[in-house]
Design a binder for this molecule. Sequence first.
Ligand code: SME
Length: 168
Amino acid sequence: MYDFVSAQDLPKPELYRDLAGVVKALVEGEPDAIANMANMAAAIWQFLPDLNWAGFYRVLPNSGRDSSDGELVLGPFIGKPACIRIPFGQGVCGTAAALGKAQVVPDVLAFSGHIACDAASRSELVVPIIRDGRVIAVIDLDSPTPGRFDDEDATGVQRLAQIAALAI
Ligand code: SME
């Protein structure tokens, strides 16, 4: 049994430091990518306040539906059932994957091409997971609160993405 204690009222740098420590401990010595993504999603859900979706999309070879190089496919997550496949360059997730850059979206309704998976989502943070110079997955966080995510969240989740890069 894991019994990690989360103090959601900590300042963000401390909160993400604690969460990174927990995530490292969870994936340590475990080679299974699905198990590691599932436990990471659960730890993010436990530690970060005000989320309505937290999880992973993996980059997989294109399934032949269109001519693009690859697409994102739904991975382990906590939240409502979500869209399964997202083409590169589409939505917040596809944009983060195509650019290899974190996307902080304070108002999803103002993001052209945003893909609504849960109607309650109002803001979103997507961070690419990069291994050997290639985007292999993204971490996607949604919140029902507008402006929930800022640069401190992006920095904190990038730290988690670095751990994930070696664990998935
Ligand atoms: N909103 C995302 C789609 C994934 S869901 O939020 C879980 C996007 O625009 O890519």
